[in-house]
Design a binder for this molecule. Structure first.
Ligand SMILES: [Zn+2]
Length: 248
């Protein structure tokens, strides 16, 4: 069956549905054009809700998102959802089937986790503060507490701004690299940068996750996805795409 919108599906094992949305298949006009999932970026709220409903269809249920604040709090989602407005959380864990969890991103790293044997899934939004302060170790701790086992855990590091595109001031690079050395990078034009997807990959591996997949797609240069940095450079508001994982 053709999905209602094009998505980038990833394999996290049997009984798991995991995917990233793209810019395509939605109802938003320019400059989003067209599957913007972000409220508060200037897009029409009704249109955004219609776009989100398309994602729910692909996920097989209403996707739960936390209120993302670049923090390290992790919240467990049950079949009752989180209510409105959802609590502040940049990582969500679910152990019930038909309870999709997601994160909104536009350059930050969307991380999907699943233990198909223990039947636990999780998602995290790892931007620069999240990488620096440890949202990935935090979500791993939570998913293991929920019954997942390191040996069975699988992870996907989704589309995000790459280490050759994410220019930062040298002091910021120093500060982040002091805590997460793998984050240190250089732009393709030779200035200080951070490689957030690589940093997340290393954080997962350092914690003992053996099966880590990378989606090597840079949001800044690949306009299949929304990019805060690309849009800022163009003087337009960025949309948001999503990473979603669920037990089916
Ligand atoms: Zn790039």
């Amino acid at each position: 069956m053709t999905p209602v919108i094009p998505v980038l599906e990833v394999d996290l094992g049997p009984g798991i549905r995991a995917f990233f949305t793209t810019r395509h298949g939605g109802r938003s006009g320019a400059p989003w054009d067209s599957l913007n999932l972000g409220l508060g970026v200037g897009d029409d709220a009704g249109t955004v809700r219609a776009n989100r409903a398309l994602v729910d269809q692909v996920a097989g249920g209403q996707v739960t998102f936390g209120t993302q604040v670049h923090g390290t709090d992790v919240v467990t989602v049950t079949a009752r959802g989180l209510g409105a407005p959802p609590p502040e959380a940049d990582a969500l864990v679910a152990a019930a089937p038909g309870v999709p969890v997601g994160v909104y991103v536009a350059d930050c790293v969307p991380v999907l986790l699943a233990d198909p044997r223990a039947r636990v899934v999780a998602v995290a939004h790892a931007g620069r503060p999240g990488v620096e302060h440890g949202v990935v170790p935090a979500v791993l701790e939570a998913v293991l507490a929920a019954g997942a086992r390191l040996g069975d855990l699988r992870a996907v590091v989704g589309p995000a701004v790459c280490g050759e595109c994410y220019e930062v001031p040298a002091e910021l690079q120093e500060r982040v690299a002091a805590r997460v050395p793998a984050a240190r990078s250089q732009t393709s034009w030779g200035t200080a940068a951070l490689d957030l997807p690589r940093a997340v990959e290393v954080q997962l591996e350092a914690a003992g996750v053996r099966r880590v997949q990378r989606v090597h797609r840079c949001t800044r240069t690949d306009d299949t996805f929304f990019s805060h940095r690309r849009s800022s450079a163009a003087g337009t508001p960025a949309g948001r795409f999503a990473g979603v994982v669920t037990l089916v």
